[in-house]
Design a protein around this ligand. Structure first.
Ligand code: PFF
Length: 456
């Protein structure tokens, strides 16, 4: 990924691809449809788009600016811009969040390996019924040996890449493979929207019912925006720190945000129209949603087995280009701030994230209390996801906006972003967004959620 002791991206395109690689992953194809399904459809989708534009984009610019200015990991970056202050704790939260998210991200990515093997082995050919895939999915994820091995394999992949540096390999592969993923996704969309009865799902996905928007949905949308865009934990600070001075951050960020949003929207369009044509499946299926719906859609496409296997292997690669950024944040911290070697940092953090992921892997049927946590009623994986993706990232984003808006300053950030040619309007707009809209919106949502969870 980087060359030299700290290194720089090969080119701006290399950077945009790496950042888009970090952003596009399970968040778009697995988590986005799952959250849309649980949160009521189109109204959620619109809320999500607003969160991306008004909060995600400015915070991405802020993270990239901090990273490029300081050329440091998140903890070091806050420490450099605000010496001797507590701001570096925000970086610390990001480091912890990276390990936390990686732990269960790897479990879900492991399922995609299982699905690739199943598809390639013909297990999903000529399906007897829609229910069949659901049973196959449940038996895969509740088999402890299977899920733990797949989790281990994915974590090992991630560690190998972060260890070796991937400038040539992963970057070049991603450049070719991501467009192929897009093509298979488009094919899925085409099949899904032409299934008889697809209109019910289209309506669910595209026709908003605003009575369904509550603070809880807005919070979900915000958490999803942060997760999908890799924001709130300093991944973009870290990636920005490897960026050369010439690159224009604004257009880079626009590309990343645009690509990420397009892929998520397409994933939803592939899932929901099909979903409603299969009796017995509900949009609120949870983390298994795509794993149950997609093989059924592939089954209705000629040559579906090949496309299915192709899709899951590409999803795996998309997950890998994201998981390496999750690991890179804590690794960069240990190297820069604690003097560890890259090797020590990768081995220790990979082992830690693997161990933390074990309860998520076992909490899918293998071990009862991890599947439904006492007092919470959700699985360990769901609880980790809520804690880290929904809360930790959003809180990180809140402090990031406050930091740039009020401590470091909007003007130095704007200079770093190279808004040189930007109109006065853009400058003022960015200033208002970062100083007022982002922190206020995030704070209001967090406070309301806290209040509503206290009143039964
Ligand atoms: N953005 C990634 C995805 O959508 O799958 C997940 C992720 C990567 C979240 C890196 C946060 C992060 F810092």
């Amino acid at each position: 990924m980087v060359s030299g002791p700290r290194g720089l991206w090969g080119s701006r395109v290399g950077f945009v691809l790496a950042a888009a690689g970090s952003a596009i992953g399970l968040g778009n194809i697995w988590r986005f449809p799952t959250t849309v399904g649980r949160s009521g459809g189109a109204a959620f989708v619109l809320t999500y788009l607003l969160c991306v534009l008004l909060i995600g984009l400015p915070i991405m610019l802020a993270e990239l600016a901090i990273g490029r200015r300081t050329q440091r990991n998140p903890v070091g970056a806050f420490a450099a811009l605000a010496q001797g202050s507590l701001w570096r704790l925000v970086g610390g939260l990001g480091v912890v969040t990276g390990v936390g998210i990686l732990s269960y991200y790897s479990v879900v990515a492991g399922w995609t390996i299982g699905y690739f093997l199943n598809d390639a082995g013909g297990a999903f050919a000529n399906l007897p019924s829609e229910e069949y895939v659901k049973q196959a999915f449940l038996s895969l994820i509740s088999n402890p040996t299977m899920t733990l091995s797949l989790h281990a394999v994915f974590m090992a992949f991630t560690m190998a890449v972060v260890l070796g540096g991937v400038k040539g390999g992963i970057e070049r592969a991603a450049k070719v493979l991501m467009p192929v993923l897009l093509i298979i996704l488009l094919l899925l969309v085409l099949r899904s929207v032409t299934l008889p009865g697809a209109s019910v799902g289209l309506e669910f996905y595209l026709k908003p019912d605003f009575s369904k928007v509550t603070f809880a949905t807005v919070m979900e949308a915000l958490g999803q925006a942060f997760f999908s865009l890799s924001l709130g934990m300093g991944a973009m600070i870290t990636y920005g720190s490897y960026l050369s001075r010439q690159a224009n951050l604004f257009s880079s960020a626009l590309w990343v945000v645009g690509a990420d949003t397009a892929i998520a929207l397409l994933a939803g369009l592939a899932i929901f129209p099909a979903l409603f044509t299969f009796p017995g499946l509900s949009p609120a299926e949870g983390p298994g949603l795509i794993f149950v719906v997609l093989p059924n859609v592939f089954d209705k496409i000629p040559g579906g087995m090949v496309f299915g296997a192709g899709f899951f292997i590409l999803l795996l690669i998309a997950a890998l280009t994201s998981s390496i950024s999750l690991l890179e944040v804590p690794v960069a911290y240990l190297i820069d701030e604690r003097g560890w070697t890259r090797r020590q940092a990768v081995l220790a953090l990979g082992a830690l994230a693997f161990a933390l992921g074990v309860p998520s892997a076992l909490g899918q049927g293998a071990v009862g209390w991890l599947t439904s946590l006492p007092g919470l009623g959700v699985s360990f994986l769901d609880a980790m996801d809520t804690l880290f993706a929904k809360y930790s990232l959003t809180i990180g984003g809140l402090f990031l906006a406050l930091f740039v808006g009020w401590r470091w300053g909007v003007e130095p950030a704007l200079d770093e972003i190279a808004f040189v040619r930007a109109s006065r309007f853009n400058r003022v707009f960015f200033r208002i967004l970062l100083r007022y809209i982002c922190p206020l919106a995030i704070a209001v949502i967090l406070v309301n959620l806290a209040l509503s969870s206290m009143t039964p």
